[in-house]
Each structure stands twice: as C-alpha cells, then as structure tokens.
Design a protein around this ligand. Structure first.
Ligand code: FE
Ligand code: FE
Ligand code: FE
Length: 160
C-alpha cells in the first residue's frame, strides 16, 4: 500500500466483506429476536444493508475495479462474539438485550469505517463516492440510535 488511493481501496474491500457477513448474520438475529419491534429493526436493517452493498459496488465501478472482498477479522470477531452470547442467553428478554448490544458493536465498527472512507473520498476528490459513503454512514448511525431506543424503551425494561 503506497498511496491514499490504495488505502481507500483496501478499506473499501474490508467493509465490502463486512457488509456481506452482516447480511448473513441479520436474518439469524431477526429469527431469534423475541420482541417484534427488534425483529422488525433487524429486518429493516437487512434491507438497508443490501442497498449499502450496492453503493459499495457503485464505488468499485467508479474506480474501475471489480468488486472484491478482503477478509475483515474485526467484523468476524464482533459477529462471533454476538453469536456466542446469543446462544448463551437462556432467557428471551436477556437474549434480546444481548443481541441489541452485539448489533450496536457491529454498527459502531461500520461507523468508524464509513467515517474514514467518507473523509478519504473527500480528500481524494471523489465527490460522488463521498456522497454514497455519507448516505450509508447516516443509515448506520440511525440504526445505532434506533437500537439504543429499543434497548431503553422496550427490551431492557423486560429483562430487568
Ligand atoms: Fe452496513
Ligand atoms: Fe476490518
Ligand atoms: Fe449496519
């Protein structure tokens, strides 16, 4: 990796890998959710995530590069930890609380990645890419906030 362009592309591949893993995890989480609102939140974010993957593919296209994923140990670790705690939680409400926390860890990883990518796109003069990355960044932040609200309003109250 020699240039900022290389770093940008490398990180794009990292988040492309991560998003693909997330589309595999979200249906499992929706299936296990006890709260209907939480299930709905996971399903909604699955649809958004599919759109986010399309945005990344658009950016690869702008760069004239075939979309490619690079293994992201960060997201694998976060998802692994999430699935462990999901299996270990025996109570349905405790499991919901655990899944919200795990999902927020995912969103926070994504927020850091998209934040850096959007900044670099701007620095590299890639305005369209910056807009696309910014749209996804906003979705990840909104998802994180929606999960926080669910945790406070609904799920944590029941688990207490
Ligand atoms: Fe995402
Ligand atoms: Fe990564
Ligand atoms: Fe997300």
């Amino acid at each position: 990796m020699q240039t900022m362009n290389d770093l940008f592309l490398d990180t794009l591949k990292d988040i492309y890998f991560a998003e693909k893993q997330i589309t595999k995890a979200l249906p499992k989480m929706a299936k296990k959710a006890g709260s209907p609102k939480l299930k709905q939140a996971f399903e909604k974010h699955l649809t958004e995530t599919e759109g986010q993957i399309e945005r990344l593919e658009e950016i690869f296209q702008m760069l004239d590069v075939k979309p490619a994923a690079k293994k992201c140990p960060g997201i694998l670790g976060i998802l692994e930890e999430g699935s462990e705690v999901m299996q270990e939680a025996e109570d349905k409400d405790v499991r919901d609380a655990a899944m919200i926390a795990a999902a927020q860890a995912v969103e926070h990883y994504e927020i850091t990645r998209y934040g850096s990518l959007a900044t670099w796109a701007e620095q590299l003069g890639m305005r369209e890419a910056k807009d696309l990355l910014g749209q996804t960044l906003d979705e990840e932040k909104a998802t994180d906030e929606a999960l926080s609200e669910l945790a406070t309003a609904d799920v944590n109250a029941k688990a207490a």
